[in-house]
Design a protein around this ligand. Structure first.
Ligand code: FE
Length: 213
């Protein structure tokens, strides 16, 4: 795929665009962990697939940390996300192309750690040292009020599950499929009935039908 024009992202080139980031930046270290960024995200996807998760949830596990690379995205996609943390920034660049359940899992994966620390007595003990360190910077365990608000998210179960795979996807040397293995799955999610572009296409089609006699 030489000379792909990524200046405008569409549902036809977003998967290749993300694959390009994995290939060029995937070897970056995952701060304080013993795996690279791509190893970490691919381990998350593998855990999701092994658990029998849906394509959308596997996509969320694969892409949950893509917000570390929002500086790779064209400026129009970046405009809103640039000043945000990597969870919010990742959700902002994905939400044009991926269903809400995917972007919810990405957007809330840091908050999910704070939620689980407040609600699951065993969860904290399973965090890596780097993740314990960042917990403090991220606000520590949620308050009861925060737990109540966060717990009302209709996608809570998926959000928490992706977080747990995030925590588990830090095993040095673990063999996983590569990005290309997941590319057709990502394309199915982008093209699926729940994706924002599909919805827009469908509603435009309906409007056309309705205005014609
Ligand atoms: Fe992560």
């Amino acid at each position: 795929m030489a000379d792909q024009d990524f200046s405008t992202l569409t549902n036809d080139n977003i998967v290749a665009f993300i694959g390009d980031i994995f290939k060029r930046r995937g070897a970056d270290s995952y701060l304080g962990e013993e795996v690279t960024m791509s190893e970490h995200m691919l381990q998350g996807a593998q855990l999701a697939e092994e658990a029998g998760a849906s394509d959308a949830i596997i996509a969320a596990a694969l892409l949950h940390d893509i917000g570390h690379y929002t500086n790779e995205f064209p400026e129009d996609a970046l405009a809103q996300g640039i000043d945000n943390h990597h969870d919010e920034a990742g959700a902002r660049v994905l939400e044009k192309f991926f269903p809400g359940i995917v972007t919810d899992c990405v957007r809330h994966h840091v908050a999910a750690k704070r939620y689980l620390c407040a609600t699951d007595p065993d969860y904290f003990g399973r965090l890596s040292p780097a993740s314990v360190h960042t917990l403090g910077l991220q606000g520590g365990p949620m308050s009861a009020e925060e737990v109540a608000v966060f717990g009302a998210n209709p996608n809570l179960e998926a959000i928490l599950q992706v977080r747990i795979w995030d925590d588990q996807g830090k095993v040095a040397g673990k063999v996983t499929p590569d990005f290309d293995y997941y590319a057709p799955l990502l394309q199915r999610v982008v093209d699926g009935p729940e994706s924002p572009l599909s919805r827009r296409t469908r509603s435009n089609g309906q409007e056309m039908l309705e205005t014609k006699p």
